[in-house]
Ligand binder design. Sequence first.
Ligand code: SAH
Ligand code: SF4
Ligand code: F3S
Length: 453
Amino acid sequence: MQTAGFDRKNISSIRPVFDRDRPKLYIETYGCQMNVNDSEVVAAIMQNAGYSVTKDIGDANLILINTCSVRDNAEQRIWGRLEYFRLEKKKRPDVSIGVIGCMAERLKESLLENNVVDIVSGPDAYRELPKLVEKTESGQKGINVLLSRDETYADISPVRLDKTGVTAFISIMRGCNNVCAFCVVPYTRGGERSRNPETVIRELKELSDNGYKEVTLLGQNVDSYSWNGVAFADLLATVAESTPDMRIRFSTSHPKDMTDNVLKTMAKYDNICNYIHLPVQSGSTSILQSMNRKYTREEYLQRIETIRKIIPDCAISTDIIAGFCGETQKDHEDTLSLMREVGYDFAYMFKYSERPNTKAARQFRDDVPEEVKVKRLMEIIDLQSELSLASHKKDIGSTLEVLVEDTSKRSENDLCGRTPQNKMVVFPKENRKIGDLIKVKIIACTQATLKGK
Ligand code: SAH
Ligand code: SF4
Ligand code: F3S
């Protein structure tokens, strides 16, 4: 597999290059939005090294799986996929298989033991991937799991792998400096570093020039963004001003760090969507304390109140963990009552999964029995279904702005898109097309979607 000798000038593009004569990369992505964006960075690096991207695994010379370690079931799915790749390799022994991302960082060289994996690359080593791939061509294994203090891939224009070309991610920072007791991310992604704002604006304009209509700025904790005196609120304002026709979103906000300045900036610019993902994790102050989240229930609720004051129509979503170490029935009820009090529009809900070497794994016992975790999680999910339905019902009768993102999964004759509040709306196609910003009258809803006309 020869990778040298391609004309580099012709291969920097933000859309994938399909070229039969080049070696082919197939990339599969698990985990968070940051991983989705990282796969696009990897595609850019490999495209620059002479590869072209394929959606057909059977056609690939190189298979990369970008992995997540956040919960045990995320890792189990990846082990399952590796067994499938083993079959692929039996059919075509020349194919190289690489595990990249968080699980690569966590498990390191032990991933090479199963005779499927040829390449292991942590999230900060993607620039080295072409070299690691080259090694496999001479029958060696390639591994690099070094974490970096300053890598942000700031100069790389991600090759956008989405199919519609309407919404995109821009990573504004990497890593995390918090030590939430349950969380593996600081270990798999290293310390926090922010990206030069000029490169963020460059990427934003590139997307706008290529017809994209919405960007989501990504970081594990966007509120601690900091670059030579530029804080997150400043970056947000510059982004909103640089591309007034582009919708702007961001994720994730940390309740302990979110400033009023961010909220005021959101209120000031129409193109910043009125939607905040503010993970609470638990409604009990004592659990929050053992989780090391650094806020109390009351402080969190105070944040919510401020959001409602500054941005009255702001949608709010959250992440919740059921059954963290030491969680009592009373703690669980505190979570349910907090959910009701906030009235979340949406939530991602999980069962606590102990991750090796985290603060919780070292200091606490994973003592909530599995059946209790499941029961509590079900109660949380049921309550959120009620809350989501109530939130959607409130929209019936109103006319909302929707960015058309795709054809509906259920019907060819319907399109779908999201409101600024991040609610999914399905409506008849008629003469609209993907990428249009339109007004839709809401006529019905389920807990998952709004129906419009
Ligand atoms: N940086 C983001 C979250 C990243 S992980 C933040 O601080 O909010 C995404 C979500 O996964 C977390 O918010 C948490 O709810 C969940 N999560 C993380 N570790 C987990 C674990 N060990 N068990 C269950 N859920 C977990
Ligand atoms: Fe994990 Fe906490 Fe960092 Fe989020 S803020 S990535 S939950 S350590
Ligand atoms: Fe994201 Fe999973 Fe890593 S949530 S940061 S891919 S552990």
